[in-house]
Design a binder for this molecule. Structure first.
Ligand SMILES: Nc1nc2c(ncn2[C@@H]2O[C@H](COP(=O)(O)OP(=O)(O)OP(=O)(O)O)[C@@H](O)[C@H]2O)c(=O)[nH]1
Ligand SMILES: [Mg+2]
Length: 403
């Protein structure tokens, strides 16, 4: 499919490669030995020799045998979409956990594919894949080293994950609502987080600019605090091994109160991208989560408003925004406030003036909408998480109607 191939070229550029040509072949079913047909393979081989190509990338996942055979035919390295995505992730991982996760996914993908062209495991900066060329003799040692490394990383990851889960628990103690920004890569997720919270997350017109999750606090117009997390973008045919490796990170997505699904409404494949995101959400067990649809980049629609109205018709609670110009952001904040509200209980409290601890705590965990310090006791109207009801029960005057 043409669009997928164009996206593959974008991925190759992102990985530091330079695309010198491409080709498509329609087959009823892939050829067992070489994926593409024999004649086509020979044609590409000639092209590779003429253009001095050092890597051929396939848009679909190749079996280890297919990659090996193709490397022989082309006499150069063969990558598939999966290894390319893994490679980009490897270049971009910053945190220890991110690096470990990606290395694990990479090694697991690499192990059955170790061939002469992958050579030994020294990584070349800026290039694609793990390059080398020390020949067959290195192979057996490499396989053993890879296996040892996989075992080692799995152990390290376990430790990091335990720390992460502790962090999460302490965050939950704060009882702030949690929302995760999800969406196709390059949809504008980080731009939106930056716009909303003044964060300085890297924004780039590249695929997978963000890899490690960033969480910032956002105070809604209703005074409610939300922890907003921006995380890795999704893509169609996201390697399963990668989803597996990133499960721990993505678990945060599953455990939030609300998903904010950002769509690049100006992208010709916006609909397919939304479906790809939904597919990944299903895979990580986040389907059916309350979701706020956000149609971004409306400044780029160039009057093509039919598309947008189509989206909004199908997603009546969705909002149209431009994360760069700020258009639609107030409406987005409103939606966030109203979608996050149901998990709070709205009550009136009366607290003696000298119980400063209680007053402080109420402001910390609750969303204080009205305060009055003039009477004999301090009076508050506030929304609090249901499970904290008991803690504040001694000070509760009455329940209020949730608007
Ligand atoms: N015109 C326009 N461009 C936007 C808008 N929002 C984001 N962009 C651009 O889209 C590109 C991608 O933005 P990011 O915020 O990095 O996208 P992301 O979803 O975080 O991407 P990944 O982290 O790579 O998954 C950048 O070049 C942004 O400047 C918008 O509302 N309008
Ligand atoms: Mg990003």
């Amino acid at each position: 499919m043409r669009e997928s191939l164009d996206e593959l070229a974008e991925l190759a550029n992102t990985a530091g490669g330079q695309v010198v040509g491409d080709g498509l072949q329609k087959l009823a079913s892939p050829c067992a030995a070489t994926f593409i047909g024999k004649g086509k393979a020979a044609e590409f081989a000639l092209h590779c020799r003429q253009a001095d190509v050092d890597t051929v990338i396939f848009d679909d996942e190749l079996s280890p045998a297919q990659s090996r055979n193709l490397e022989r035919v082309f006499n150069c390295k063969v990558l598939d979409r999966t290894s390319l995505i893994l490679d980009i992730f490897a270049q971009r991982a910053r945190t220890r956990e991110g690096k470990l996760q990606i290395e694990l996914a990479q090694l697991q993908h690499l192990l059955p594919r170790l061939t002469r062209f992958w050579g030994h495991l020294s990584r070349q900066k800026g290039g694609i894949g793990m390059r080398g060329g020390e020949g067959e003799t290195q192979l057996e040692t490499d396989r053993r080293r890879v296996q040892d490394r996989i075992a080692r990383i799995s152990k390290d990851l376990e430790v990091v994950r335990r720390q992460r889960s502790t962090q999460r628990q302490s965050r939950q103690r704060n009882h702030w609502a949690l929302a995760s920004i999800v969406g196709y890569t390059n949809a504008g997720k980080s731009t939106l987080l930056n716009k909303l919270t003044g964060a300085a997350v890297l924004v780039e017109d590249k695929l997978f600019a963000t890899l490690d999750p960033a969480t910032r606090r956002l105070r809604l117009p209703t005074n409610q605090n939300v922890l907003l997390t921006d995380t890795v973008g999704f893509i169609r045919k996201l390697p399963h091994g990668l989803v597996e490796a990133f499960k721990a990170t993505l678990e945060e997505v599953v455990q939030t109160d609300l998903l904010v699904h950002v769509v690049d409404a100006s992208h010709p494949q916006a609909e397919e991208q939304m479906q790809a995101v939904d597919a990944v959400l299903r895979e990580i067990g986040a389907e059916g989560k309350p979701t706020l649809m956000v149609f971004n980049k409306i400044d780029q629609l160039n009057g093509n408003n039919n598309v947008l109205s189509g989206f909004l018709e199908r997603h009546p609670h969705g909002v149209a925004i431009s994360a760069t110009s700020g258009e639609g952001i107030p409406a987005l904040l409103q939606q966030l406030s109203s979608q996050l509200r149901p998990i709070r209980e709205f009550m009136e409290f009366s607290v003696p003036h000298d119980r400063t601890g209680v007053i402080a705590r109420l402001h910390e965990v609750g969303q204080v909408v009205e305060r009055n310090y003039n009477g004999k006791t301090a009076r508050f109207k506030a929304r609090i998480p249901p499970h904290l009801r008991e803690e504040f029960a001694p000070f509760m005057v009455r329940e209020l109607q949730t608007a």
